[in-house]
Structures are given as C-alpha cells and as structure tokens.
Design a protein around this ligand. Structure first.
Ligand SMILES: Cc1cc2nc3c(=O)[nH]c(=O)nc-3n(C[C@H](O)[C@H](O)[C@H](O)COP(=O)(O)O)c2cc1C
Length: 110
C-alpha cells in the first residue's frame, strides 16, 4: 500500500466566513484517495518574535510539527490592494523564519 500524501492547508484570512477557508474545505473533499488535506487555523498564532524561540506557544509548536510532517502546503489567500494582505505576508515570512531557524538548528546541532 502506498503512503498517503499529507497536504497542510491554511488560509490568509482570519474572517469567520472567509471564502478562502471555504475553498480549502471544498478542496479537502476533492483530494484523491491517496492524499489528505488537513486544514490548520492560524487564529492565535502570534507574529514571529525571536524572543519566543525557546518557549514558543503551543499553537506555534503544533503548527511547526504539522508543517514538518506535511508533504505539501496549500495556501489560500485573499488579494488586498492588488497584493497579498499583510496578514498572509507576515505569516509566510514568519513561517520562513521559523523553518529556517529549525533547519539551521538541526543541521548545525545548535
Ligand atoms: C482592504 C481590502 C482590500 C481588497 N483589495 C482587493 C483587491 O485588490 N483585489 C480583489 O480582487 N479583491 C480585493 N479585496 C476583496 C477581498 O479579496 C475579498 O473580500 C475576499 O473575499 C477576502 O477573503 P476572505 O473571504 O477569505 O476573508 C479587498 C478587500 C479588502 C478588505
């Protein structure tokens, strides 16, 4: 049996009735049988702050673990003023910072 492909999806909108969240839920019903789309809500994730590196909030730890375990990411984000909204941009850049620190620590045994 082949292993299931894990896709982690999150939306760049916190709005309760967000169309982007709805799109992710619709996509989760359309993925092939050998894949699953897990949706992660970003509510409560603070902006990246290096001071929190050694005592990250549980939600951030959970998010990191899920990203590491995923084979792919699916990001649904609205457009604001012809660009990516600040919330999505901050989350994506924060995510890159977070993952870079994790990779550096693992590879340099810091
Ligand atoms: C401040 C602001 C700027 C927006 N700018 C754009 C835009 O440039 N282009 C566009 O197509 N929609 C724009 N929209 C509409 C949003 O993309 C739309 O409301 C979207 O559904 C919001 O995503 P959500 O439903 O996931 O919360 C803007 C909405 C807001 C509040």
């Amino acid at each position: 049996m082949t292993e299931q492909i894990v896709i982690l999806g999150f939306a760049g909108s916190l709005r309760r009735d967000s169309y982007n969240k709805a799109l992710l839920h619709a996509a989760s019903e359309l993925v092939p049988k050998d894949a699953k789309l897990e949706i992660f809500g970003l509510e409560g994730i603070p902006p990246f702050n290096q001071d929190l590196e050694d005592h990250m909030p549980e939600k951030v730890k959970n998010f990191k673990a899920k990203i590491k375990a995923a084979d792919a990411l699916l990001i649904a984000t609205p457009e604001h003023n012809y660009s990516v909204p600040e919330f999505s941009r901050m989350r994506l850049i924060g995510l890159l910072d977070l993952m870079m620190i994790t990779l550096l620590r693992e590879n340099l045994s810091l």
